[in-house]
Design a protein around this ligand. Structure first.
Ligand code: HEC
Length: 164
């Protein structure tokens, strides 16, 4: 959506600029210069509009995320999930879960919290005891890794976005 809007705005600016320069250059010698100035104005306006569209789109995405969570955190969390957090080894590469091991993180069912961002963060921070685990297999705190608390917040943000 965002990309097509930018592309559309840029196309509009080009067509507008060409149209204006094509109209210039009549008997009055100044009109060509005027047309160029107008084209530059139009292009500047289009760039401003595109910049606004990008800012608006980022704002929309962030409004849909829990408070305090940014798009960068989600991106960082995705890298931790399949990397140093080793979450994918028990929850599968896409978070769909592995039978008798890690729970499905992509459904709307939450076994160990209310599924809120804070709830998911707490589960990742503390892990799940063998008694609490439906498979009897415990989840060690932070997946048994030494990722930082900020890494936990980022990976929890990513997990939060996996829900259906
Ligand atoms: C050693 C395997 C293992 C690793 C590694 C692991 N988990 Fe888990 N995880 C589990 C198990 C087991 C459960 C509990 C499953 C159950 O109750 O059926 C669980 C539960 C969870 C839950 C709770 C799901 C719910 O429905 O409430 C979340 C969230 C979660 N893990 C996220 C993560 C994240 C993020 C990482 C990486 C930092 C991670 N896990 C690493 C095994 C693992």
């Amino acid at each position: 959506m965002m990309e097509s809007r930018i592309r559309w705005t840029a196309m509009f600016a080009l067509v507008f600029a060409f149209g204006l320069s094509a109209c210039g250059g009549d008997a009055n010698g100044n009109s060509a210069d005027e047309a160029v100035a107008k084209s530059v104005d139009a292009a500047t306006e289009a760039v401003d509009a595109a910049t606004d569209a990008v800012a608006e789109a980022v704002e929309t995405i962030e409004q849909e995320l829990p408070e305090g969570v940014t798009v960068e955190m989600v991106e960082q969390g995705k890298a931790i999930y399949g990397g140093p957090g080793i979450c994918s080894s028990c929850h599968g590469p896409a978070g769909a879960g592995i039978p008798s091991l890690g729970a499905n993180l992509t459904d709307s069912e939450w076994l160990h919290s209310d599924g809120s961002y804070d709830g998911v963060t707490k589960t990742v921070m503390e892990g799940v005891t063998a008694q609490a685990s439906t498979s009897g297999v415990p989840m060690p705190a932070k997946g048994g890794t030494n990722i930082s608390d900020d890494d936990v917040k980022a990976v929890a943000a990513y997990v939060w976005t996996l829900r259906k």
